[in-house]
Ligand binder design. Structure first.
Ligand code: HEC
Ligand code: HEC
Length: 257
């Protein structure tokens, strides 16, 4: 799809389902409501902002709770406070499905809905984030545009990659090449490197561990990188091999025996 088709597609997204689901190219978003125009968002950068914005913007982490935290439907299960409550993923999940996804239960449950099926236009998303969500003071117009493009173009249905039992549905022998070409240089052939270039010495969130314990988080990290570190975002490059890469990574050791 060329840029003008992509733009038209995004403009029409609130009226019609967008035909070409597989197009994950960086969108130029020009949706408008009122006088609010959003242009030239980078959805891959938006994915990193969705994870932990202050690691991307290099600002101080917030200290107070997010304004919507106190009104989450389930206030007893997830007892986190402060900066964690500002991560989009904490409320809406690594699978973008909120209470309808992996965060339906467990220590991260909040009862908050997902963002995957949003019908808001890019400009409405920006308005929502600046307003009720309280990001107006901490994120720039560019950051917000990047988040809008991420939500519209890059939130994939992880059920297409991960089975109900948590196993990746891909082919692990195919995924081995993807791992060796894109990951082993930093994480080691067995994924157990504790001195990852650009990381903290003693790193233990090994690819094999995260792929098995939290496949949804694993996919998000592979696609959008580890915010604020050298780990690259490979959403576009590995789009066709995510499930195979995940299946291979699940065969890696989860820790030193
Ligand atoms: C403290 C929890 C919390 C955090 C953090 C949070 N949200 Fe939300 N978000 C909500 C709640 C609550 C709603 C309303 C959900 C509902 O309608 O039930 C919402 C709704 C939305 C909607 C509207 C969905 C729709 O179609 O109506 C979007 C888009 C959205 N959030 C994006 C984001 C993004 C992007 C971030 C990070 C920059 C973020 N949210 C961070 C709690 C949060
Ligand atoms: C240029 C080096 C580099 C490459 C290439 C790289 N990573 Fe990383 N990765 C990192 C760094 C740095 C971190 C953060 C380490 C830290 O926090 O100390 C990280 C963190 C991670 C994490 C942990 C995330 C978490 O939840 O904390 C996973 C999982 C991971 N990488 C998997 C992969 C996979 C799979 C690939 C290949 C698709 C890959 N990485 C490619 C450098 C890299």
């Amino acid at each position: 799809m060329n840029v003008s088709t992509a733009t038209t597609c995004i403009l029409l997204i609130s009226l019609f389902a967008c035909g070409d689901d597989d197009d994950r190219s960086t969108g130029e978003v020009t949706g408008e409501t009122g006088d609010n125009t959003v242009a030239d968002g980078d959805g891959v950068r938006g994915g990193a902002l969705y994870d932990k914005y202050w690691a991307v913007t290099e600002d101080d982490a917030p200290t107070a709770n997010h304004p919507l935290w106190a009104s989450r439907p389930d206030t007893t299960t997830n007892t986190r406070s402060g900066s964690d409550t500002w991560r989009c993923k904490e409320c809406h999940g690594w699978d973008y499905k909120g209470a309808a996804g992996a965060y339906a239960s467990g220590s991260h449950a909040t009862g908050i809905a997902g963002v995957m099926a949003t019908t808001l236009s890019p400009a409405e998303i920006v308005e929502e984030l600046q307003g009720n969500h309280g990001y107006g003071d901490v994120l720039s117009e560019q950051d917000l545009a990047d988040l809008a493009v991420f939500l519209i173009d890059y939130t994939i249905d992880l059920d297409d990659y991960i089975n109900a039992d948590g196993a990746f549905s891909g082919d692990s022998s195919g995924g081995e090449t993807a791992y060796m070409d894109n990951c082993s240089g930093c994480h080691g052939a067995d994924g157990l490197e504790t001195n990852v270039p650009g990381g903290t010495p003693g790193f233990e969130d090994f690819p094999g561990l995260i792929a098995n314990d939290n496949p949804q988080e694993f996919l998000h990290k592979v696609r959008f990188g580890q915010p604020g570190t050298l780990m690259p975002a490979l959403a576009d490059q590995l789009a066709d091999r995510l499930s195979d890469l995940g299946a291979f990574s699940q065969t890696l050791p989860t820790g030193a025996e």
